[in-house]
Design a protein around this ligand. Sequence first.
Ligand SMILES: [Zn+2]
Length: 572
Amino acid sequence: MTLNEFLKEKLKDKFDNIDYLISEAEKNKISLEELFYRNGLLDDDFLKLKSEFFNLPIKKFDYSEQIPQEILNLISKDFAKQRKIIVFDKKDSEIYIGAVNPETNPLNETIDYLKSIYNQEIKAYIISIRDYFLIFRQYNKFSDVLKETLFNLRKTKPLVTEEEIVKLEEEVLTDEEAPVVKLVQSLIEEAVYLQASDIHIEPLVRKLRIRFRILGDLRTIAYLPKDFHRQIINRIKVLSKLKLDETRIPQEGRIRTFIHGREIDLRIGILPTIQGEKIAIRILDPLVGLKKVSDLGLLVYSYEKLGKAIKYPYGLILITGPTGSGKTTTLYAILQELNNENINIVSLEDPVEYLLESINQSQVRSEINYTFASGLRTILRQDPNVILVGEVRDLETAELCIHASLTGHLVLSTLHTNTALGAINRLLDLGIERFLLPETIRMIMSQRLAKRLCDSCKKEETPSDDLKNIISDNIKYIDKEIIESLKIDINNPKIYHPSGCEKCNFRGYIGRVGIFEIILITDELKKAIYDKKTNEEMEKILIEEKFINLKQDGIIKSLMGLVTIEEVLKIT
Ligand SMILES: [Zn+2]
């Protein structure tokens, strides 16, 4: 039996289009696993099936886990690429390797070969193609690539004047091997590898500064000589089909590409400044932005509330929080949770950030008068069950959302308010009639993002007396049962700080985690909204209903060692 035959048998219940998927993979000359990976379908079950088929133990890697260079280099980059294997550890007289597909690349040959070189036992594991791409990337050290390309650039293209550059860039663009092409490519690859959300290429007076936004913070990655500015800009303009000769007005474009084996969208924004054109690139990486509800960082008490809210066939679900607080990621996670063959999901977004399988996504275009409001009217004629509206900004959109949720649709949207409770006031301020709210709103969730501490190197500490007071002031209102279920010792609280190790690239943090507060609209709250209760009165009801606010959720997460308490206090 071949691997594909085995997978077909095992996966046919989960994917009734498995024959089609296999033929697509064959057509694209990639493995079924790579096809799954590219389409966001790959999960741990797939890895378990491979492990079962090849009878090999599983090895998984954390994102940004670093393999020491001397271990990685036990096999060459070419060998790793050709055989789709990596070496990830070495102990005593054993070498540990991970293989993606021993069917196409027979393992015993590889093992014999490695044994003959190193005269050590070889322990083989099965790894996912995602992890293979992650680790393989570590063969290219960005600083080396940068050094090499700059060197080549200097060697092949001596300093030129502004007029000459125009000719020069044509040469560069036709020659795919040109250093600047490589430079831009490795810059983008590095940003994706570091899970940066944005790349900034900024002309300063004498230099060109490259900065990445990583986990919310801007970091300078490199300074380049300013004479490369125009070539880099032009390369990016060509890739995103923007006008080369237009340098005085802002331009926006888009690049869709494959990086480290996955489809990634790049949004390009070019802004003329006094020093020349500045480029901002937003990276939309499905690995970072597309998460399952279970990966968002919801603790049991929040998870249960969310689960309840999305079971309703109709009503309004609102997510609030400032820009960059992860609202879209949460919305997409909920949509994926709701997605099945029996319901019709239609979205209206500005812009569409990630493409989701079998969801009808539509993009607002204000320049042709396709707005949230006009789009919603159109969507309602498409027989939807679930509607996602990117953002409620005005009365018309708000009214249409309310109307849609009253007429049997589940409507998901976001609002720009800081707290969950604030959403009610915001809708009233926009002009929505008070009596409509209790009947439509099911759930309001507010959220922030905090950096997630690296589990391998975080340091446990005893908080100062001041912090202890803040902790107990916030914890004392939380239901005892909830605290007990979380297994944190509130009488002797511990907090955690980052230190840095190989696994987290010496940053102390790996990824980010959401901080949430969730209000489920209960009968008590419905009555309170009807009765025009003040915010203070509403808060009292919430406490009785075991509501946990943003700060409390954050403090709980800091006591659990997920985030630092300092960041929680700053963002909540
Ligand atoms: Zn670490």
